[in-house]
Ligand binder design. Structure first.
Ligand code: CP
Length: 300
């Protein structure tokens, strides 16, 4: 049994094992062998809103033959004041794995220290979202056949988005050429850049101007308004970048636009039906990737 708390806890070989396992799961999904976790119970504990992570973990568990306990923050005894620590201890007694999303950075690590069963981080504040990064790497590999040497632009609220922090780390590990594009106020934490430079010899470039001429993958994220202290500032920032048909008119024809979703105004609906839009396919990959995560975390 193993936890999955941060992409930093995995080396390249371990990530490759997850991706290989996800590919096996995807093939198994079409051939119907779905009892690898029969008899297991997975607890989904979401203290922050979610559609994709919550639903795809549920789908993944059920596809593997496991049962799911769904913990609702607002209808649980946390609403009466029960602590997060006690809640984790209780759920650890009821399930074989805990999938936890929380607004506090470090919540999943804290839970893993308390629980005897595996804890999977489904997003902790602005910190990490390791299973999203596995989905992103899996999707890029499926679309492009490689990651090393690809030109990948990360565009959006790089300051607050946990998906971007985790993904920059993963892409750097796999040797992609990363451009970090954001409004000046939403630049990524410089410590992460230092870390990927030091660990992987990566040389991410930073800019506030979108240039897609040589871009293979454009990875966009929304303004994370829930992490702004001033909601008006978040609204103002939302208007700072938009990936529309005009912007993509000069982009390479095989450019893939990815997004962890939900998308708000940064990608207009007319993009959804173009050859560029790969974000729904990316979200669908969440099921086999999270099947691989549950299987490896529970069975080892
Ligand atoms: N990508 C992602 O984490 O989406 P949800 O917030 O809907 O889970």
């Amino acid at each position: 049994m193993q936890d999955l708390i941060s992409i930093r806890d995995l080396d390249k070989k371990e990530i490759e094992l997850y991706l290989k396992e996800a590919s096996r799961m995807e093939k198994m999904l079409s051939s119907g062998q779905l009892s690898l976790l029969k008899g297991c119970i997975v607890a989904n504990m979401f203290f922050e809103p979610s559609t994709r992570t919550n639903m795809s973990f549920q789908a993944a568990a059920k596809r593997l033959g496991a049962k799911v306990l769904t913990f609702h923050h607002s209808t649980s005894s946390t609403a009466k004041g029960e602590t997060f620590a006690d809640t984790v201890r209780m759920m650890d007694g009821y399930a074989d794995a805990l999938v936890i999303r929380h607004s506090m950075e470090g919540a999943a690590r804290f839970a893993a220290d308390l629980a005897s069963n595996p804890v999977i981080n489904a997003g902790d504040g602005g910190n990490q979202h390791p299973t999203q990064t596995l989905i992103d790497l899996y999707t890029i590999l499926k679309l492009k056949g490689k990651i090393e040497g690809l030109n990948v632009t990360l565009l959006g609220d790089l300051k607050h988005a946990r998906t971007m922090r985790s993904l920059l780390y993963g892409l750097s590990m796999f040797g992609a050429e990363v451009t970090l594009c954001s409004p000046e106020q939403l630049k990524i934490d410089p410590e992460i850049i230092s870390e990927v430079k030091e660990k992987f010899g990566a040389k991410p470039t930073q800019t506030s101007k979108i240039d897609l001429a040589k871009c293979d993958v454009l990875y966009v994220c929304r303004i994370q308004k829930e992490r702004f202290s001033d909601p008006y500032e978040a609204e103002r920032m939302q208007k700072e970048f938009r990936v529309d048909l005009e912007l993509l008119s000069n982009a390479p024809k095989n450019l893939a636009v990815l997004h962890p979703l939900p998308k708000i105004d940064e990608i207009p609906p007319e993009l959804d039906s173009t050859q560029f839009a790969k974000y729904f396919e990316q979200a669908k990959n969440g099921v086999p990737v999270r099947m691989a995560v549950l299987y490896r975390c529970i069975r080892g």
